[in-house]
Design a protein. Sequence first.
Length: 94
Amino acid sequence: MQHVATSGQHGNVHRVLVVGGLARLEREYRCCGPEGVTVEVANVNSARLGPSVSHSDSVVVIVTNVSHAAVQQVRRYARRCGVTVAHAVSPSAR
């Protein structure tokens, strides 16, 4: 994941939402952000996914571990809210 040094739309904290990935790596995803970056993880498609995107400054979608429906929902909400979406091809936290 690329480290973002700018402050987000929510003050001095840049909020990153990780969509997909492996549940067993959730703790590592949360810990890999530098100071000033808060990482949230959503590894299931749910009704809360859209609001989670709208409260984030950027989204990382781990494409090998997420449903097509979740990706479509993330892209739709991100486009509406002006949130940047990046795609990762590996669930590794490194």
